[in-house]
Design a protein around this ligand. Structure first.
Ligand SMILES: Nc1nc2c(c(=O)[nH]1)N[C@H]1C(S)=C(S)[C@@H](COP(=O)(O)OP(=O)(O)OC[C@H]3O[C@@H](n4cnc5c(N)ncnc54)[C@H](O)[C@@H]3O)O[C@H]1N2
Ligand code: MOO
Length: 325
C-alpha cells in the first residue's frame, strides 16, 4: 500500500514521494478544481519517474556560455535559467559603406550615358548585415578628393569600420588611392586624415587592387570597384574583420572540400576566387563563362578558392570552397 498526493507540473516534490504519475494514468483521470482526490492509484509507479533532479541540466561550475559564443536566443535562455540577468557582450559593429565613382547613380534612378547604378553599396551593406554588423550606407561619392575626404571625416567618428568600393586601381580618377596616399595631405597628422596606409596588389583574382588604412583612427578597407571583385574581397577581408569586431573568436571563412565536376583554368601566381554551383552530393562546377559578371553571383552556391600554384583544376580534383549562405 503506497501513499499519493496531488502535484502540478513544476511544483517541488514532497520529500516522502519517490515518483510522479501523470494524472491521466490514475483512476482520477483529470483534476477537477474543488473535487476530492481519488485516493486510488491504479498504476505501478516506477521509482524516480517524472522527477527533475536539481542540477541535472546545469550544475554549479558547469559552463553555460563560452567567451566568444554568439548570443543566440538559445544561449540567452540558458544564461537566464542559470540566473544571469546580464551578460558582457560585444557591441554590434557599425560599418560605413560607401562607393566611389562619378559614373554612379543611386539604384532606381535611370542611368544616363556613361552612368551605372551604384549596386555595390547595396551589395556591401547587405554583406555587412549577413556578417553580423549594422551597415551605415553612405551611397556614392563622386571622384574628387574633397568630396571623399568630407564624407570620410563625417562618418569616421560614428562607425567601427569604413568600407569603400572603387578608386583603388591605376586610373586617373582613383580617388581612394589619391586621398590615402596623402600626396596632397602630407602635412596632415593621423588624427585628421589617413594613417597606417597600405595600397597593394594582392595575388588574387579577381580583387587584385586593395587598400587598408585608418581614417582619423577608424579602420578602413578599400575594395576594388568591379562588383564581383568587391563581393569576393568582402568575403576574403571584410567579413572576417566584421566578425572579429563583433567578438567572434574564430572569424575566418571556413572552407569546405568539394569535387570539381568540370575542369577550369586558374591564373598562375594568383589565388583564384571563382563562383561555382553545387552539383550532386559533393560536386561543384563553374557558374558559366560570365563568372566575372555580378548576375553570375546569383547562380553561385559557393566561391571556389584555388591556390596560386594551381593553373588548372581537373575534373575529379578536390577543391576548397567558401559556401554562400
Ligand atoms: N591600368 C590598370 N587598370 C586596371 C587595373 C590595373 O592593375 N591596372 N586593375 C583592374 C582591376 S583588377 C580592377 S578590379 C579594377 C578596379 O579598379 P577600381 O577599384 O579603381 O574600380 P573602379 O575603376 O572605380 O571601378 C571598376 C568597375 O566597377 C564599376 N563600379 C565601381 N563602383 C561600382 C558600384 N558602386 N556599383 C557598381 N559598379 C561599380 C565601375 O564603373 C567600373 O566599371 O581596375 C582594373 N583596371
Ligand atoms: O582583380 Mo580585378 O579585382 O580583376 O577584378
Amino acid at each position: 500500500m503506497a501513499e499519493a498526493t496531488r502535484i502540478m507540473t513544476g511544483a517541488p516534490v514532497p520529500d516522502w514521494c519517490d515518483a510522479v504519475v501523470p494524472v491521466e494514468r490514475t483512476s482520477t483521470r483529470r483534476f477537477t478544481p474543488g473535487a476530492p482526490l481519488d485516493p486510488t492509484i491504479q498504476v505501478d509507479a516506477p521509482s524516480r519517474a517524472n522527477i527533475r533532479r536539481r542540477a541535472e541540466d546545469v550544475a554549479i561550475g558547469d559552463l553555460v556560455a563560452a567567451a566568444g559564443a554568439p548570443t543566440t536566443a538559445r544561449l540567452v535562455s540558458a544564461a537566464a535559467s542559470a540566473g544571469h540577468a546580464t551578460l558582457p557582450v560585444h557591441r554590434v559593429p557599425r560599418v560605413a559603406v560607401l562607393s566611389t565613382g562619378s559614373e554612379l547613380v543611386p539604384v532606381g534612378t535611370a542611368p544616363g550615358p556613361g552612368q551605372i547604378p551604384d549596386s555595390n553599396s547595396l551589395l556591401l551593406a547587405a554583406c555587412v548585415r549577413d556578417a553580423g554588423g549594422v551597415p551605415v550606407r553612405v551611397g556614392a561619392v563622386p571622384d574628387t578628393a574633397e568630396a571623399l575626404r568630407a564624407v570620410l571625416d563625417d562618418v569616421a567618428p560614428h562607425v567601427d569600420l569604413i568600407v569603400t568600393s572603387g578608386g583603388v586601381s591605376a586610373g586617373a580618377f582613383d580617388v581612394v588611392k589619391e586621398v590615402l596616399s596623402g600626396t596632397q595631405d602630407a602635412a596632415l597628422p593621423p588624427a585628421q586624415g589617413p594613417s597606417d596606409v597600405l595600397l597593394v596588389a594582392v595575388g588574387m583574382q579577381p580583387g587584385k587592387p586593395q587598400a587598408a588604412a585608418r581614417w582619423r583612427g577608424t579602420p578602413m578597407l578599400g575594395l576594388p570597384g568591379n562588383p564581383v571583385s568587391a563581393y569576393v574581397s568582402f568575403r576574403a577581408f571584410v567579413r572576417p574583420a566584421v566578425r572579429r569586431l563583433a567578438g567572434h573568436l574564430d572569424p575566418a571563412e571556413p572552407l569546405v572540400e568539394r569535387i570539381a565536376e568540370e575542369g577550369w583554368r586558374s591564373p598562375a601566381g594568383r589565388q583564384q576566387f571563382l563562383p561555382v554551383r553545387f552539383v550532386g552530393d559533393d560536386g561543384v562546377a563553374p557558374v558559366g563563362p560570365g563568372a566575372h559578371h555580378v548576375s553570375a553571383l546569383t547562380r553561385a552556391d559557393a566561391i571556389a578558392v584555388v591556390p596560386p600554384e594551381v593553373e588548372a583544376v581537373g575534373p575529379g580534383d578536390t577543391v576548397r570552397v567558401m559556401v554562400i549562405a
